[in-house]
Ligand binder design. Structure first.
Ligand SMILES: Nc1ncnc2c1ncn2[C@@H]1O[C@H](COP(=O)(O)OP(=O)(O)OP(=O)(O)O)[C@@H](O)[C@H]1O
Length: 339
């Protein structure tokens, strides 16, 4: 039986796995539930159902933090279970491509490689690839051309701002702002202004429903939480304006970081970016009006795509199936050659 090939994008919030054999993408929460400190209980979306609801003997945690692996043992367990789910068959002898952020240390990069090597999946070969390169392939861009491209991937814990040209990374910066910061800002705003406490999950749901980066509209929605004054569970109506005001500051911090990178970009590449525009990817680029807000702030054309959280996983389908792009992945032997 021919061996299978997988492309893995380990996000702080979600794990995405491209399965070459079936040409499918699995996208689930990157979270695990452990019973009584060491008994595996649940993983992925099933474990997320338990988040903020589980009794004290079930611990539900995210093993990734700020784009890097924070809890190797649990990350390995999640990866193995998710690969089994994605493959629906024997994992033995497979090839694994794993996307890593550029702006992390070589030790942190090697940890991604070691994770797959030691995940008990009997990998034949493990390759590392810069996340922004695969992201660009997922957008349908020929990354090997001399055309400079700016990609801003806004995820959960991080935003990676990269300029790609000739199959390499020219500039890349990973900042610790993403969807989780927006959720946190919403929780703090509601607590401060309404004396009302909501959970992380509720904040994320209301953000997805009402967030608009450019201007609030007339919509509103009810949230359940705890009234600090009475101490009782209660419901509160939240307007789009509240969400807009909450997320405005972290959103502008991302735009400011993009402007700093643009200022440092060599002029010839800057000209390419003016022509092609900025590409927004990552789950948080789903926020309504984000493209218009970036355009207003930078004066540049801004491109968005469908299902932006899966852009890296889609890119793996190109990288794995086209020989000229496969060359852009490397083994740890070449880690020192990373541009
Ligand atoms: N419709 C939406 N509106 C606003 N935010 C959204 C929407 N859909 C998803 N998100 C946010 O996108 C984020 C997840 O995106 P993604 O899967 O790209 O992140 P990740 O890869 O797990 O994180 P990171 O890149 O930081 O490691 C979450 O914060 C989620 O709330």
């Amino acid at each position: 039986m021919a061996s299978n090939i997988f492309g893995i994008d380990l996000g702080t919030s979600n794990i995405k796995i491209y399965n070459e054999d079936e040409d499918t993408i699995l996208n689930e929460k990157n979270i695990i539930a452990i019973l009584n400190k060491n008994v595996f209980f649940a993983v992925g979306d099933e474990a997320f159902e338990m988040y903020e609801k589980a009794p004290a003997n079930i611990k539900v945690t995210y093993p990734m933090s700020n784009g890097v692996i924070a809890d190797i043992k649990n990350m390995q367990l999640i990866l193995k279970k998710m690969l089994e789910k994605a493959a629906k068959s024997n994992l033995k002898n497979g090839d694994y491509y794993i996307a890593v952020p550029t702006d992390i240390t070589e030790v942190e990069k090697r940890a991604f490689y070691d994770l797959v090597e030691n995940a008990n999946v009997k990998a034949k070969r493990v390759y590392i690839t810069e996340k922004a390169i695969v992201d660009a392939l997922g957008l349908g861009i020929d990354v090997t051309s001399s055309q400079g491209i700016m990609i801003v991937n806004i995820g959960a814990d991080t935003t990676e701002i990269s300029i790609v040209s000739l199959g390499g990374i020219v500039v890349s910066r990973l900042i610790k702002i993403g969807g989780n910061k927006f959720d946190e800002a919403i929780i703090n705003y509601i607590k401060r202004n309404f004396n009302f406490i909501i959970g992380d999950k509720t904040a994320e749901v209301i953000k997805k429903e009402l967030a608009n980066a450019l201007a609030p509209d007339e919509s509103s929605a009810g949230v359940y939480g705890r009234d600090i004054v009475t101490g009782l569970p209660s419901e509160l109506a939240i307007s789009s304006k509240v969400i807009y005001e909450s997320i405005s500051e972290p959103l502008h911090s991302i735009v400011d970081a993009v402007k700093v990178i643009l200022e440092r970009t060599p002029p010839e590449l800057g000209a390419d970016i003016i022509r092609a525009g900025i590409y927004l990817t990552g789950g948080s680029s789903n926020i309504q009006g984000l493209d218009k807000m970036f355009h207003k702030e930078t004066g540049l054309k801004v491109n968005i795509c469908d299902k932006p959280a899966e852009s890296v996983a889609r890119g793996f389908s190109k990288m794995i199936n086209e020989a000229e792009y496969r060359k852009l992945a490397y083994t740890t032997k070449n880690l020192n050659n990373v541009r």
